[in-house]
Design a protein around this ligand. Structure first.
Ligand code: 9D3
Length: 251
């Protein structure tokens, strides 16, 4: 997969997104990230990329032409058609289902805004989709792009080692069957610690019992912390029984 990044700080995104799983995906040739700086396509001695908003008000708006030239250059760098995604607070919420969909594409162009945003005409002419990563105010689209790149990279076939299996992720690909659940609690050595013991079942060596306990914890924690994830879900008979057991074990 090829990701092109339109940003005034393309190295910043490449830095953040270039470590760990994303870095490995790059080394393995599963993903390439290419930065394009609209400032390199801006005219004049000052290489302006922004100007004051018509109608007045605070802040600046990104100019059409440098952005459009950068997008055109990115498109031309590879013959495959690219979907252009603008990271913006006005976008649809980015989630794991969206990550899965984007991960199947061979090309994506991520457009990062700064200042108050970009001229609306550029969005209408060039942007296929707007995405937000959540309801909080960032200073620009760069961190959002890094989030999207990370989520996409770990879904590339071969990007993960056994240690970070995507099948086990709370929101991972395995979650298409059955409800999306939060993870169960995890424990490692030592068995005895001043902060408390390790649940006995995990030391039993009984893999069926362990799997059952983990499923029960995952269901219970999801019910307690993220009941919204279970809103539209009809639990299987066995999951419902495990959740009942979780309740009883709590009281
Ligand atoms: C109300 C005036 N502006 C606040 C100072 C609006 C505004 C403009 C630009 C708010 C944020 C931004 C920059 N944010 C992004 O580019 C962004 C973002 C975000 O802020 N939150 C969640 N997802 C995203 S994706 C891109």
């Amino acid at each position: 997969m090829r990701i092109d990044l339109i940003s005034l700080f393309p190295e910043f995104v490449a830095q953040i997104a270039g470590h760990g799983v994303v870095g490995r995906a790059g080394e393995r040739g599963l993903l390439s990230i290419h930065g394009w700086n609209p400032r390199d396509y801006a005219e004049g001695n000052y290489r302006r990329v922004d100007d004051r908003p018509f109608g007045g008000g605070p802040g600046m708006v990104m100019l059409i032409d440098p952005l459009q030239a950068a997008i055109t250059a990115a498109r031309a760098a590879d013959p495959a058609p690219a979907r252009v995604i603008y990271l913006s607070p006005q976008g649809e919420r980015f989630d794991q289902a969206k990550a899965r969909e984007l991960a199947t594409r061979s090309r994506v162009i991520l457009l990062c805004g700064r200042y108050e945003g970009v001229d609306e005409r550029l969005i209408q002419a060039e942007v296929d989709e707007e995405l937000s990563i959540g309801d909080y105010v960032l200073s620009g689209g760069e961190l959002a792009a890094a989030v999207v790149i990370d989520a996409i990279a770990r879904l590339q076939e071969g990007a993960l080692n056994d240690a970070d299996s995507a099948l086990q992720d709370s929101f991972g690909p395995g979650s298409e069957e059955g409800p999306i659940l939060l993870d169960c609690p995890h424990y490692t050595r030592p068995v005895e610690h001043p902060l408390g013991p390790v649940p006995e079942v995990l030391l039993s060596g009984n893999h069926a019992e362990i799997a059952r306990w983990r499923r029960m914890q995952a269901l219970g924690r999801t019910w307690l912390r993220r009941p919204d994830l279970l809103d539209e879900v009809v639990l299987s008979e066995s999951d419902q029984a495990l959740l009942d057991e979780f309740w009883k074990s709590r009281s």
